[in-house]
Design a protein around this ligand. Structure first.
Ligand code: FAD
Length: 471
């Protein structure tokens, strides 16, 4: 028997249900080979940037090396996924195809089509829950409905039993013959017609495990509750690109969080671990709601926000993208995003509030820009974060407006983060940096933007428009 394991956002051999089951199913005499398909519809969607593709290629190179080390191979194809997988399955006489499920609407459709087409060829198809600890449709309110509010979701989610991690295989028996397959060698970034101009973090399984261990085996997880909101500190795990591309399994992550409970010595430690688990649950909450309400992907959830009169101001949008708004905490954050492909969560909330409540620009513009730039860019989490920030999503208390100056004073009290990303502001006093209003002559002398809007005026305008839409 020959099994194909179709990898998509699970670029690892450890804790991988599809791979694990493939090996178990075909038994000692069977063969297992991995496959990754470069889908031109995704690559050419106008949102995917070179940095993300470069990161993914690094992960794929490592995954292929792992397959080869264990005795098999990871094959690559370029093309429409359903016809590609059918073509390969036929040419290697595959008897089974295994993959891990996704929650994004387009992926659900692709997988359904692939399953149908493969079954027509007489190939057995099995898919597994891997994107989260709890399948999106395995959790419901007492009335049997999908959740729309996080807190009751969390209460139910945390009480559900979670699977333990699956060990990496020790051996994978591969195909005897590789000749004349419709596959390609792993393409380079240039061959895929992308360029990347940022320095990437370490990619691959080993790097993900290193981050996880560093975070959970130390005081980092115990101090998470207090440190996680301070963007100048390394107070969060940095695992998000790895969770996005699946270079670490979610069961492995959960097991590490549980193991860290041994280190708990105080109420604060306990709070640290619980809060981190709650963030993992936020990730699954957004997967759950996207699964049940796929319309979230294309517009505001709350009807009153569907016709909000957003201003289509390209110039202000560009200033926001490039970190030239004249609000230091916003600009620092946007430069962190542009230069590293990652942004601290507190800052994601600040810049998203600023775009929507201060610049009155449609959150979908911001959502798209984040998807372009973030290495962890993920439809469920990104859309959830943006709809929350724009007051358009599933939020029982939707009207939140962040004041950038008070956010900076609270979460970057020494201005360390601001100065790290805006070196042109070095030499200003901390009070000036955090005032939200750098004196115009200082802006000009340092070639730093003067504020492009007035926060107080804009927040009043937003509130007025919001009330009008509500009524
Ligand atoms: P940690 O604090 O160590 O948390 C561990 C993991 O939990 C993260 O890696 C992530 O997978 C998950 N997580 C943490 N916070 C959230 C959250 N609020 N929502 C969902 N999952 C969470 N996260 C993404 O992974 N991809 C995105 O595209 C994305 N876009 C966002 C857009 C906006 C406007 C906002 C406000 C938040 C967004 N987030 C997104 C959530 C969050 O900012 C990142 O997950 C987090 O900053 C990643 O850093 P970390 O791995 O160090 O997180």
């Amino acid at each position: 028997e020959i099994a194909l394991v179709w990898h998509r956002r699970d670029l690892r051999i450890d804790d991988n249900p599809a791979l694990h089951e493939a090996i178990a199913e075909v038994g000692d005499h069977g063969r297992v080979v991995g496959l990754f398909i470069f889908d031109p519809d995704i690559l050419d969607d106008g949102v995917t940037e070179g940095s993300k593709v470069d990161f993914m290629l690094g992960c794929l190179r490592e995954l292929q090396a792992n397959y080869r080390r264990l005795g098999s191979d990871l094959l690559f194809m370029y093309g429409q996924p359903v016809s590609s997988i059918c073509e390969l399955a036929k040419s290697i006489n595959a008897t089974h195809v295994f993959f891990n499920q996704d929650v994004e609407p387009f992926a659900i459709k692709r997988d359904r089509d692939a399953k149908e087409a493969l079954q027509t060829l007489g190939i057995k198809v099995q898919s597994f829950i891997d994107i989260g600890l709890i399948a999106p449709d395995a959790i419901a309110t007492q009335a049997g409905e999908p959740y729309k509010v996080y807190t009751p979701f969390w209460r139910n989610w945390q009480s559900k039993p979670k699977s333990t991690p699956l060990d990496a295989p020790k051996q994978i028996k591969g195909l005897d013959h590789h000749e004349n397959l419709p596959t390609i060698p792993l393409p380079s970034l240039r061959e895929l017609k992308f360029i990347n101009d940022i320095t990437l973090p370490k990619f691959g399984e080993a790097a993900a495990l290193e981050l996880l261990t560093k975070f959970c085996d130390s005081n980092n997880i115990l101090r998470y509750q207090t440190e996680r909101d301070l963007p100048a500190h390394v107070g969060t795990s940095g695992l998000s690109p790895h969770l996005r591309f699946g270079t670490v399994g979610i069961r492995r992550v959960w097991a590490a969080a549980i193991a860290s409970e041994q280190l708990i010595r105080s109420e604060e430690d306990q709070q640290g671990v619980t809060t981190w688990k709650q963030e993992l649950a936020w990730r699954e909450f957004y997967q759950h709601v996207l699964f049940y309400f796929p319309e979230l992907a294309t517009g505001a959830y709350r009807p009153q926000m569907q016709n909000f009169p957003w201003e289509e101001d390209e110039e202000k949008f560009e200033a926001w993208c490039e970190g030239r708004t004249g609000y230091p905490i916003v600009d620092a954050a946007m430069r962190q995003l542009n230069q590293t492909g990652w942004m601290h969560n507190r800052c994601r909330m600040i810049v998203a509030s600023f775009l929507t409540k201060d610049l009155l620009i449609n959150w979908q513009w911001g959502e798209r820009y984040f998807m372009q730039k973030l290495l962890d860019g993920d439809l469920a989490a990104n859309n959830g974060g943006w709809q929350w920030s724009a007051s358009s999503g599933m939020d029982p208390k939707p009207l939140r407006i962040f004041n950038p100056a008070s956010q900076a004073r609270k979460y970057d009290p020494e201005g360390e983060y601001i100065l790290q990303w805006l070196p042109e502001l070095r030499g200003l006093t901390t009070a000036e940096l955090l005032s939200g209003n750098i004196p115009p002559h200082q802006c000009d002398r340092r070639q730093y933007a003067r504020p492009i809007v007035d926060h107080n005026t804009q927040q009043q305008k937003f509130k007025r428009l919001y009330q009008e839409c509500k009524s």
